[in-house]
Design a protein around this ligand. Structure first.
Ligand code: ACO
Length: 336
């Protein structure tokens, strides 16, 4: 990655969008047997946003987040070379990135979807940086957008309390190698545990008695929360350390820990394992819950709007989730 790079990559703008409708823990306790106390203590979540309007979809959120990112730097969408839409809840299984391309009028961009659940944005960030470093593209829009409320079993209290809908966007630009912001990455997958967290297709019927075919649909989200929790707190610190070590950095050098917003206890356990103070954790879990691929760009956009991150800061970004997949990107923030 370091030696073959022709140019560096820089995040030049971000944007985010969430639906208007808020549902708090008390309201969820009217739907399933749970309580505000339990949810807050076990997850850190108080409320989340859900798409309720039949006319609005995950792509509308992705469009809003992308337009915001473009407008912040007054960028002509025709300058975008590539759009990567990280989503596991697309409007169209053939891919929804092209809908986003058309709606933001980025007609010169190649557009494709990337499916990796809660790790989607981190993998999109790494993928985009590869296209920039080879010199093939100069401007890439990456979007993490999910509406898991569509795939949540609203009678399963172990999952329906967790998820919220949202979208976050980032525009990456090529730059000189000295200004490179993406210092390094580490990505992993362990498919042996894919059944611990899934949104799986299930055969249900034969379309015609004379055809030896089966057709079906996708099931609700199924998660073994305890196992995913254990996986996250063991593999994420390992991934972060591997990545930092490869860059001759240590946990002491980290200014901000920007993890996938799954559970407050996971964020704190990861920070503890790395001896990173909890004041360095960036979080918006309390207000938005787990927004899957959107969670990292959403919280990044918020942190930037609050001027939390300064030029020169080392920001560790880590995602984890279904697959099981996990990964880290280490950034040295280059903008003022
Ligand atoms: N309200 C009240 N009680 C509940 C609820 C609820 N909403 N949910 C579960 N319980 C009960 C359980 O039934 C269990 O009761 P029991 O002891 O009588 O059997 C008890 O609470 C403890 O259940 P656990 O599952 O052990 O609870 P835990 O403390 O592990 O919290 C949680 C569950 C929040 C799901 C946690 O395991 C977690 O956050 N896991 C990781 C999730 C995650 O990171 N996912 C990855 C990304 S998602 C993606 O990729 C799409």
């Amino acid at each position: 990655m370091k030696s073959s790079a022709k140019q560096g990559s820089l995040i030049v703008s971000t944007g985010s969008a969430v639906p208007d409708f808020t549902i708090n823990n008390y309201q969820i306790s009217q739907i399933v047997e749970t309580s505000d106390e339990w949810i807050l203590a076990r997850t850190g979540i108080s409320e989340r946003r859900l798409l309720t309007d039949y006319n609005h979809s995950v792509i509308d959120l992705a469009v809003e987040a992308s337009k915001q990112a473009l407008e912040k730097i007054d960028m002509d969408p025709l300058k975008i070379d590539l759009i990567i839409l990280a989503t596991s809840s697309p409007n169209d299984l053939f891919g929804s990135a092209s809908q986003l391309q058309a709606k933001i009028k980025a007609f010169n961009a190649v557009a494709f979807d990337l499916t990796a659940a809660c790790s989607g944005f981190v993998i999109a960030l790494v993928t985009a940086s590869q296209f920039l470093q080879t010199g093939n593209y100069n401007n890439i829009l990456i979007v993490g957008a999910d509406a898991l409320s569509k795939w949540t079993n609203w009678s399963d209290r172990s999952t329906c309390i967790l998820f919220g809908d949202g979208a976050g966007a980032a525009i990456l630009q090529s730059c000189s190698l000295q200004n490179n912001e993406i210092l390094g990455f580490h990505l992993s997958t362990d498919g042996n545990y894919s059944d611990q967290l899934s949104l799986a297709y299930q055969n249900q019927y034969s379309p015609h008695p004379s055809l030896k075919l089966a057709q079906g649909s996708f099931n609700y989200i199924q998660m073994n929360g305890r196992e995913v929790y254990k996986f996250a707190i063991s593999k994420v610190p390992e991934s972060i350390l591997l990545c930092l070590n490869s860059l001759n950095l240590s946990a002491d050098d980290v200014n901000w820990l920007l993890l996938h917003q799954a559970n407050d206890r996971i964020l704190k356990a990861v920070a503890d394992k790395l001896s990173i103070g909890s004041d360095k954790i960036i979080s918006n879990l309390n207000k938005y819950g787990n927004t899957s691929a959107a969670s990292i760009p959403l919280v990044l956009d918020q942190a930037l709007s609050e001027n939390k991150i300064s030029k020169g800061d080392i920001v560790v970004v880590s995602g984890f989730g279904a697959g099981l997949t996990w990964g880290t990107v280490v950034l040295r923030w280059m903008s003022d």
